[in-house]
Design a protein around this ligand. Structure first.
Ligand SMILES: [Zn+2]
Length: 110
């Protein structure tokens, strides 16, 4: 048994200890550990992927399951969450992003 995982113990980091819980707008999963990607509706540039999570605007989160992205692209969960019409261009961008980041058969890598 090794106890040498202390490398990233940062108990006095500047961050408060509250963990933001995202909710995937498709599967409604909440998880602080998994990777959620923010989609934001910006006032002037429409709906965008916001990997930094810092852009202003109404945000919605998608989890790291490829199927959720597929369903977001095909369905209306995001439209409803963002109260916006997601147009075909944005759907393309989302689908491409999902392809690059969460391929269907990526359950081996994480
Ligand atoms: Zn999901």
């Amino acid at each position: 048994m090794s106890e040498s995982i202390g490398a990233r113990a940062s108990r006095k980091g500047p961050r408060p200890k509250h963990v933001p819980l995202r909710t995937c707008v498709v599967c409604r999963d909440k998880d602080a550990k998994r990777q959620f990607v923010r989609i934001v509706r910006t006032p002037d540039e429409g709906v965008q992927i916001d990997p930094t999570g810092k852009r202003n605007g109404r945000g919605a989160y998608l989890c790291d399951k490829f199927t959720c992205w597929e369903r977001a692209v095909a369905g209306t969960a995001l439209d409803r969450a963002l109260k916006a019409d997601i147009d075909a261009d944005v759907r393309n961008v989302l689908s491409q992003y999902a392809d690059e980041h969460f391929r269907k058969d990526d359950n081996v890598r994480s």
